[in-house]
Design a protein around this ligand. Structure first.
Ligand code: HEC
Length: 330
């Protein structure tokens, strides 16, 4: 395959090179005349005439032939040396070939992000085959096969729409629901991931994958209790990463038993840098006496989404509770 492209590229390069050459050749200052071939044939003719002629006529013809031969010899030494390749057309050809090569490569070989090996190129081709089959039949099973292949290849950009297609055709397909939950989590949409993975683990409690990501998502949301429940589900379902998940469970348990920081501690830790230790303001506006902080829903919204120059700030539900109380008391 690569060889075929290489030869094709080479052919095009040659064609371009010879096609463009006349345009770049420096024009000869004078026409070359007489041409050596003409001289040579004239010499031949003179010699044959001389062999038939006699006396002075013969001498005259031979002398003429010798003169012409000398001229011919001089001409030979003047034959211009082959021209060097001009840099401009050469560069043009190289660029043209490179562009052509890249174009061919991109348009004909299905590629994956970061793909370099021949084996993954084969995988990409297989993926393309599955995609075409799914498009042709529009059956949930075919879309699922394609989606699973893309997921296994970590081509999540293709996996997501394919699983969505499965879910459209078969809204209760447990694999599609689970994988979409996992992909939501990986895409940073943790809240939605939790909702979807809850459904998936209810539908298929024996599949460990769903439990693992459900636990991760809860943990990221600062809900260690729920995370522990989900990770224990993973172990019960026979997940293979036992020691790692046990470690996660231990971490979450430690977090649960640690004393919950007071609202003021949370404030000093996470807000004071911008809003001042006494909430008097700084980079961020004054919070002391600010009516906004009396509205818990508004504060929660600002914390979870960020606002203007203020980034979103992660606080666990317990921390939030204390923090809101502290803010109200300002
Ligand atoms: C990195 C700096 C930074 C941190 C950390 C930060 N904030 Fe802010 N905060 C800002 C800025 C800047 C604004 C003004 C945003 C805007 O409206 O453009 C703001 C606005 C707010 C507002 C809205 C005030 C109003 O009058 O509209 C509230 C409430 C708030 N922050 C609460 C908090 C709390 C609670 C924390 C800690 C959990 C916190 N912020 C942490 C920078 C910060």
């Amino acid at each position: 395959m690569i060889l075929a492209y290489f030869f094709l590229g080479l052919l095009v390069a040659l064609a371009l090179f010879y096609g463009l050459r006349p345009f770049f050749a420096a024009p000869a200052p004078f026409p070359q005349s007489p041409r050596p071939e003409e001289l040579r044939s004239e010499v031949e003719m003179l010699k044959s005439q001389a062999s038939e002629a006699e006396g002075d006529e013969r001498k005259r013809l031979l002398a003429h032939a010798v003169r012409l031969e000398r001229e011919l010899a001089e001409l030979g030494s003047q034959i211009p040396a082959p021209r060097r390749l001009a840099p401009a057309p050469l560069a043009l050809v190289v660029v043209a070939v490179a562009l052509l090569g890249v174009g061919l490569w991109r348009s004909t070989v299905p590629r994956l992000p970061g793909e370099t090996l021949v084996t993954s190129r084969n995988a990409a081709r297989e993926l393309l085959g599955l995609e075409n089959a799914a498009k042709a039949s529009n059956k949930a099973a075919d879309w699922l096969a394609y989606a699973n292949k893309a997921y296994d290849l970590q081509d999540f950009g293709r996996a997501v729409p394919a699983y969505i297609k499965v879910a459209e055709l078969e809204p209760k397909n447990p694999v599609a629901v689970r994988r979409l939950g996992i992909l939501l989590f990986m895409g940073g949409r943790t809240q939605q991931a939790v909702q979807v993975l809850e459904i998936a683990t209810k539908a298929e409690p024996q599949v460990s994958e769903g439990w693992l990501f459900l636990g991760n998502a809860y943990f990221q949301l600062g809900q260690p209790q729920e995370a522990i429940r989900a990770w224990e589900g993973y172990l019960k379902a026979g997940g293979t990463a036992k020691s790692r998940v046990q470690g996660l469970i231990d971490t979450a348990k430690a977090q649960l038993t640690a004393p919950v920081a007071s609202g003021q501690q949370v404030y000093l830790q996470k807000c004071a840098a911008c809003h001042g230790a006494q909430a008097q303001g700084g980079i961020g506006p004054t919070l002391k006496g600010n009516p906004v902080v009396k509205v818990s829903a508004a504060v929660s919204e600002i914390l979870s989404k960020g606002r203007g120059q203020m980034p979103a700030i992660q606080v666990s539900p317990q921390e939030l509770k204390g923090l809101l109380e502290y803010l109200k008391g300002l």
